[in-house]
Design a protein around this ligand. Sequence first.
Ligand SMILES: [Zn+2]
Length: 454
Amino acid sequence: MENMTDLAPFNAAIDAVLPGIRSDLEDLVRIPSVSSPAFDQAELDRSASKVKEILEASGVSDIDIISLETETGRGRPAILAHRPGPEGGPTVLLYAHHDVQPPGDRSTWDTEPFEPVEKDGRLYGRGTADDKAGVLVHVGALRALDAMGGLPVSVSLFIEGEEEIGSPTFVDFLHAHREQLKADVIVVADSTNWKVGIPSLTTSLRGLVGLEVTVDVLDHALHSGMYGGPVLDAVTVASRLIATLHDEDGAVAVDGLHGYDRAQVDYPEGQLRADMGVLEGVELAGRGSIASRLWTQPALAVIGFDATPVETSSNTLIPSCRFELSLRVAPGQDPADAHDALTKHLVDHAPFGARVSFGGRELGPAFQAVETDVMKTARQALADAWQAEPVDIGVGGSIPFIADLADVFPEAKILVTGIEDPDTRAHAGNESLHLEEFRRAILAETILLTRLAE
Ligand SMILES: [Zn+2]
């Protein structure tokens, strides 16, 4: 071990602050701060005020609650706070978000979504993990450091209120508050660990291309008996077009889309099947390691399809149909390039000369971490807190704001850390936080902030 820090004072400090952290987390979970516009947005103001109160009780006095006005509307309330450390030392920006996903169907929960309940070492409730635990990991580290004599580094906190709706005012916010957000290191506590007992840094995220596609073959509907034969209906044509997107192995077959396979961990097939609920007899698609198929190769799915519903179907050749594609872009590829490759493929492969046109598109950047000394320091802190070797992981989903952070603050070293584990069920019913992992995450961040000062 390169760093022989005595962990006893850290552990004592964590034990001292943990009960308060736990009750603050529960208070925050009781506020249904759903950022989706269909929900009462006053709850977000309440949770922002609660976060402010929690920070005030953690020695932070410079705290603003900001709802940014932009051309596209008013942002959800974010908390921007700063607490100075020793003169001349580094500044660390701690990110988390206080908004949550909607609870979803009540029947998917065994307990009330906004009433935290502990069961078998886990705390159940919407936001217990994603990402109110992230907020409290940062707060826990501040309080533990205070218990040990004070902050070793200057700390800024950015607690966002709109992550779950895609952070619409995030980039504007970064520019508007650039000076306050400026930091040497950024810690984003909003990802997952590999499994309980094995901590992780998230070093890659896939990007996203959403694309609406319309296929037209006729200028009006026709009797399928009178005219069926010489012209195929739009759904059949669209199905043939969709079938060209993957090869016989089920790997994405679009020229110009890139991917790679150098995963550090092995995701056993049986485990994946159990985690995903793959039906007996259904074979896995794609090539290469399973981790690479999830994290560092492109993936393409049809996520919506509009055609005549079966209930109202008649003997008619359908002239036109529409579908929505969701392309996950491998880290390292620009989503705009991936979008161009996908649209070119669809036009080039249009069966029988069918008309293919495109509607709305959505682009989200991917992320690929570049190795830094700060990442080594972070891995050592994780190893000490967990007493286990950390692993680098990718995440198949997109966190577009991480690429935005890297864009606006190219000098800052970004660390993406986790409070979730494979059983967390973020966004679903029965979301929960593993409480021992939560403690370890606070311990790791406390050690990390101490070592960043050295
Ligand atoms: Zn989150």
